[in-house]
Design a protein around this ligand. Structure first.
Ligand SMILES: [Zn+2]
Length: 71
C-alpha cells in the first residue's frame, strides 16, 4: 500500500475517528495502514474539482428545508 503525499486517511473506528494527512509519499507493508487504536485506516476520497463545488447551490437541500419549515 502506497500512501501519497497530500492524501488524507481516516480511521475506520467510529469511536476513534482519527485522521492523518500524508506529507511524504511512502510505502508500508500490508494492505492498509493501521491507526494507533489498532483499526484499519482508509483513504478519504474527494471530488476532483474543489473550486466549483463551493459555488454550487444545492436546490434539493433548500427545498427540503423549506418544506420541513412550513407550518
Ligand atoms: Zn483509530
Amino acid at each position: 500500500m502506497i500512501m501519497k503525499s497530500g492524501e488524507h486517511w481516516h480511521c475506520t473506528n467510529v469511536a476513534c475517528r482519527c485522521s492523518v494527512f500524508v506529507e511524504t509519499t511512502g510505502e508500508i507493508e500490508g494492505s492498509n495502514p493501521r491507526c494507533s487504536c489498532g483499526s484499519v485506516m482508509k483513504k478519504d476520497y474527494f471530488p476532483p474539482v474543489f473550486g466549483e463545488m463551493e459555488s454550487v447551490d444545492f436546490p434539493e437541500l433548500d427545498l427540503i428545508s423549506k418544506v420541513s419549515g412550513r407550518e
